[in-house]
Design a protein around this ligand. Structure first.
Ligand code: SPD
Length: 281
């Protein structure tokens, strides 16, 4: 019998994007969530959490390059980086392409995600074994509040705001993140699609301007996420993300999506989405 992968949450909303599954490679429940890995006809290996697509071999570069290099290249010299979520290792892989980096703290609540990635996506996961990576298997919200260290760049590579990641979309968490950011620091956070999740984006930007002096929203194209795009917040306590001029010499070689040109273009929003982000430029 043919097997097709579809997100049940999207079906409940009356829409679907589906992919033909050739083989189920893994399927198990961790203490936090259901974890599945599939081999698909069109997108290579695919990893889902609670039935929601997190990463496919075919287009993960678009998401990981953009969630990472926009804040990393907005900062003049990022040395200390925190990644919350991101247990597949894709974001850590991109962070380590910057030679200025001294430490990457990876706070992933679910060790089973890291182990799954090492088993099924070894070329992506291998960055997590770099000696500059400090692992914490903890709730990201508690970690950010308790940790006394301040970071140059904080990246929230979370799943959607349901289940263990819901807290990462709360005002309390964004306040805690503000406290963990150095003065010239930048954060990027997974902030969903302006086509399908306007309510989530509006909710984030109802409190972001009260916490961060500077903020923006940018996006990337990614065929396997709902609506084919996903966006990110870009936050700073001091520097305006819209005024960043990327030094082309600092752009890592061999990227497939990010470029200085794409960095600038990614902040341009369609007319209907501009009102979701409360700023005049
Ligand atoms: N709608 C799914 C959004 C998932 C974003 N995070 C993916 C994690 C990849 N490192």
């Amino acid at each position: 019998m043919e097997l097709w992968l579809e997100e049940q949450l999207e079906l409940a909303n009356g829409r679907a994007m589906k992919m033909r599954v050739l083989e189920t490679l893994d399927s198990f429940k961790s203490p936090f969530q259901q974890i599945d890995v599939f081999k698909t006809q069109a997108f290579g290996k695919v990893f889902t959490l609670d039935g929601i697509i997190m990463m496919t071999e075919s287009d993960e570069f678009s998401y990981h390059e953009m969630i990472t290099h926009v804040p990393m290249l907005s900062h003049p010299n990022p040395e200390y980086v925190l990644v919350v979520g991101g247990g597949d290792g894709g974001t850590v892989r991109e962070v380590l392409k910057h030679s200025s980096v001294k430490e990457v703290h990876l706070c992933e609540i679910d060790k089973a995600v890291v182990d799954m990635s090492k088993k099924h996506f070894p070329s992506i996961a291998k960055a997590m074994s770099d000696k500059r990576v400090i692992h914490a298997y903890e709730d990201g919200a508690k970690y950010v509040k308790a940790n006394k260290k301040k970071f140059d760049v904080i990246i929230i590579d979370s799943s959607d705001p349901i289940g263990p990641a819901a807290v990462l979309f709360s005002e309390g968490f964004y306040k805690a993140m503000h406290g963990a950011l150095r003065e010239t620091g930048f954060c990027s956070t997974q902030a969903e699609s302006f086509f399908y999740h306007g309510d989530i984006i509006k909710s984030l930007f109802s409190f972001i301007p009260k916490i961060y002096k500077e903020y923006g929203y940018y996006w990337t194209a990614i065929p396997t996420y709902p609506s084919g795009i996903i966006g990110f917040t870009c936050l700073s306590n001091k520097l305006n993300p819209y005024n960043v001029v990327v030094d082309p010499k600092r752009v890592p070689k061999g990227l497939k999506y990010y470029s200085a040109e794409m960095h600038k273009a990614a902040f341009v929003l369609p007319e209907f989405a501009k009102s979701y982000i409360k700023r005049s430029n």
